[in-house]
Write a new protein. Structure first.
Length: 613
């Protein structure tokens, strides 16, 4: 299964023209909010969900699936550790209690044009690279230019509306935007573009366009201490980090060391946790969560676990069908395949009834469609009536085959196949004109999902389809995903609420033909493009929701995905050597991006008690 997640920095696809001095009126801000005002005032002392006096020290070991073969954070080639963001900081940082706000980090303030067509960021004088040199506006421009020339398409998509970046002096930089009146492009730029040390990357023959395993110079709370390529990476806390006492950072980054060990097999990964080889995990399998934590350490309390309800809007997980392949080009074929996925049986027998069926591209949120279309959605859809499946305008979406009637769904699937030019002959589904058999190969980098795919394969074979599973190593999977070399693969999209520029990479027509984008299904639909543009140009939250709900209906009735499920709880398990605040953040993605909660700390007394048992 693949996760569509951006790198710890993102840059624009557009060029950086020479910028002139700002002429429009502007206002200075300590923080930005998409709608209304940020919750925290300019003089806030710390984030409300941290312990500002959390002790520093100790370490945490994390287990991660997969591998890595590069520490270059910007290019398409290679796989980088998801934790690489520990070594850097952005201009501004979000709060885990707010979905739409950003507070100053490297930037101490932002001067924003009243029409939001440009913003001037002033960098903190104390901001330093780990070699002691100051972080400058030129470092931001260097990052911008490097990714314009070498950056991965998915990374670029996040700053699609940024048109240029210019250093005004050593500490001030100006970013311009293609839009006016829109705050989202400004916040996207401020929270995702991390400076890159120009003096380091341009010295000693380093080439930012190539993969490297040399630890890059950072400016964040951690530096890389040790690298065992593909197997382990260790970070050490920078004790005199320039940003440690900023309100946005106080009480965070408390461990002296963070080590991430990589495992290629999911079962081995879990067994390593049971043996105490690493400290903290987010469980992702209902079977294990239900019956797998019966080992001695979990029974006697040395391992703690907790299910936490999440209010975080989630992305959709499902089988993505590659419409670049001829056999999946017809939506009737894709709908037929949906009928053959017996989710009710899988949910009961394999998933222990623990999950909720996905019925939207934006589950666990108000951004997805539900029920019949509402007037504000119909107003956006009506101009495209002739291009749409009529059901888009009249019916709520329910995943085909969700009723559990296997025989009935097989009949419906075969009828749809026949209408699309495929027929059953001698027990095989073949093209009525060419006689070519219908083939479907699922490609994944881990056998962990085989228990889900195998019953689906059996159902497909009953319909005469030549279905199979192919497991490849993580490096090969990365190449095949970047080049769209698959029939179907499981992808779990993330979006960053409210949905923003990532929509272009997931669902935009341009991304369908761009190597390395996240448009795995190859969606090329002008209606989807129009609705994405409307969602991103909406001036209020109601407008965003109307457009994303309309977009959701178009995508769902296009059957580009066979929906799987989502979990509105986070299943956490850890060895009991840590302390934590009374509550965590309402929305924070921290432990999903860093694989551990950055607001926890090492508790020496608990650790001593644990080791003494």
């Amino acid at each position: 299964m693949r996760f569509a997640i951006p790198a710890f920095l993102a840059l624009s696809l557009l060029s950086a023209p020479l910028l002139t001095a700002p002429a429009a009126a502007a206002t200075s801000h300590h923080a930005l909010a998409l709608w209304g005002e940020p919750k925290l005032p300019a003089d806030f002392a710390h984030l409300p969900y941290v312990n500002p006096d959390a002790p520093k020290g100790g370490g945490i070991v994390i287990g991660s699936p997969g591998s890595f073969d590069s520490l270059n954070p910007i290019i398409l080639r290679g796989m980088t550790p998801r934790t690489l963001g520990l070594t850097g900081a952005a201009l501004m940082t979000g709060s885990g209690d707010e979905l739409d706000a950003a507070y100053g980090d490297i930037a101490e303030s932002v001067e924003l044009a009243d029409d939001k067509s440009w913003a001037i960021f002033t960098l903190r004088a104390e901001a330093r690279w780990h070699d002691g040199k100051p972080v400058t506006a030129d470092d931001v421009v260097f990052a911008w230019n490097s990714i314009q020339e070498h950056g991965a398409p998915f990374v670029k998509s996040f700053l699609r509306q940024t048109t240029g970046v210019e250093a005004l002096d050593e500490r001030r930089l100006r970013a311009s935007f293609a839009t006016t009146g829109e705050m989202k492009p400004v916040i996207d730029f401020a929270t995702t573009l991390s400076p890159l040390p120009k003096h380091w990357w341009t010295a000693e023959g380093r080439d930012i366009s190539k993969t490297t395993l040399e630890p890059p110079l950072g400016n964040g709370p951690y530096r890389i201490k040790a690298v065992d390529a593909g197997r382990s990476i260790t970070y050490e806390r920078v004790a005199d980090w320039w940003g440690r006492d900023l309100p946005i950072n106080r009480g965070l980054n408390n461990f002296d060391t963070v080590r991430v060990d990589y495992y290629r097999d999911d079962d081995v990964l879990f067994e390593a946790f049971k043996a105490g080889a690493y400290d903290f995990r987010v469980e992702n399998r209902a079977q294990r969560w239900s019956i797998g934590y019966d080992f001695p350490a979990a029974k006697d309390g040395r391992v703690q676990r907790r299910a936490e309800k999440t209010e975080l809007p989630l992305g959709a997980q499902g089988f993505r069908l590659n419409t670049r392949r001829a056999q999946f080009a017809d939506p009737r074929v894709r709908e037929a395949l949906n009928h053959l996925f017996d989710f009710p049986w899988i949910h009961k027998n394999i998933l222990y009834g623990q999950y909720t069926r996905t019925r939207s591209n934006f589950p666990n949120s108000d951004y997805g469609a539900s029920g019949p279309p509402q007037p504000e959605e119909l107003a956006l859809l009506e101009p495209h009536r002739d291009r749409l499946d009529p059901r888009v305008l009249t019916q709520p979406f329910e995943p085909p085959g969700n009723d559990g009637d296997q025989r009935g769904n097989l009949r419906k699937a075969l009828a749809l196949f026949k209408a699309a030019g495929w027929e059953l002959k001698d027990g095989k589904l073949v093209n009525a004109r060419s006689g070519e058999p219908f083939r479907l190969e699922f490609v994944d980098e881990s056998p962990a999902m085989n228990r889900i795919i195998e019953p689906f394969v059996a159902s497909l074979r009953r319909a005469g389809i030549d279905a199979a599973i192919r497991i490849v190593d993580s490096a090969q999977m990365q190449v095949r995903a970047d080049e769209f070399d698959f029939d179907s693969t499981i992808v779990n999209f993330n979006f960053f609420p409210p949905p923003g520029q990532e929509l272009w990479s997931y669902f935009g027509s341009e991304a369908a033909g761009t190597k390395g984008s996240a448009n795995y299904s190859g969606i090329k639909d002008p209606v989807a493009d129009d609705l994405i543009a409307k969602a991103l140009s909406a001036r209020d939250e109601a407008g965003v929701k109307a457009a994303t709900r309309a977009l959701d209906r178009v995508l769902l009735w296009g059957f580009y995905m066979i929906p799987q499920w989502y979990n509105d709880e986070n299943w956490l398990a850890w060895w009991d050597r840590f302390g934590a605040p009374a509550r965590g953040p309402k929305f924070d993605l921290g432990f999903k991006n860093n694989w551990f909660p950055a607001w926890w700390w090492y508790d020496g007394q608990k650790a001593a008690k644990l080791s003494g048992r």
